[in-house]
Structures are given as C-alpha cells and as structure tokens.
Unconditional design. Structure first.
Length: 144
C-alpha cells in the first residue's frame, strides 16, 4: 500500500487543530505501519509540499501496480486536490487503483474545496473522518 500526502500535511498536529485534529503525520504513519503489518502488507508512506515529487511517486506506484505488487494508492493530495491536472494525469496515465482521502469534510468548507480533480479517477473517496480515515482506507485498499 502506498500512502502519499500533499502540501502542508507535514504541519499536522499544529495546523488548524480544530479542523485537522492534533495527531501528527508521524502518528498516522505509526498507526498505518501497525495496521499494514497486521494485514501482511508493506507500507510506503510519503509526504511532499512539491507537486513534481507527488507526480514521480504516483509514477513509481504505477510501476509497482503494473508488476502486480500494489494493492492501491491512498492519496491525500491536500490543496492539490482542487488545482492539479498534473496529478490527475499521473493517476490516469499509470492506471493505479486510487483511494482519495481527506481528513476534513471538504464539502462543509469553502466552495473551492468542493471540486476534486482526482475524484473522477478514484475507486473510492474517504472524507471527513479525521485521521481515522487513513486506517479505514488501508482496510479497504488491502482488500482490493
């Protein structure tokens, strides 16, 4: 299972805790490492504030997917969800099985957050369940 995290998610735990909670990205990683170990699947967990890094990692996930060694990609693209055609094209180009993830309920927030470039190519979307959404996403993707 590959888990990619977009811009500003490195600030979890101190960025707008009323919206995102107090768990850090390291807390999420630790939870997912345990969850994946229990399921007998490996975890690749990354974060970048740079769109190009995320595109490259999607390409990498696509190669692993093509080899039959990737259950799916869990992707919290953060703000890039609403702006990036490059990320959409990377997912479409690789054919990787995508689960789009958001910590907050983006539909209860500003109108510009209501549109996702990734949703049309996502196999599933987890939205508004807080950081617990990551663990639920691993459960789903591990069964794909």
């Amino acid at each position: 299972v590959h888990v990619l995290n977009g811009p500003n998610l490195n600030l979890l735990g101190r960025r707008e805790p009323a919206i995102y909670g107090t768990a850090t990205l390291d807390d999420i990683r630790a939870t997912l490492e345990q969850r994946c170990a229990e399921r007998g699947v490996s975890l690749v967990f990354r974060q970048s504030n740079h769109e190009g890094d995320l595109v490259d990692w999607i390409h990498e996930a696509g190669r692993v997917h093509a080899e039959g060694r990737l259950a799916g990609l869990i992707f919290n693209a953060a703000a890039y969800t609403h702006t990036s055609v490059a990320l959409l094209d990377a997912v479409k180009g690789t054919g990787v099985a995508l689960l789009e993830l958001h910590i907050s309920n983006v539909f209860a927030r500003e109108a510009f957050r209501h549109h996702s470039y990734l949703s049309p190519v996502a196999r599933a979307v987890v939205c508004g369940l807080g950081v617990q959404g990551y663990a639920l996403a691993v459960e789903a993707v591990a069964q794909w």
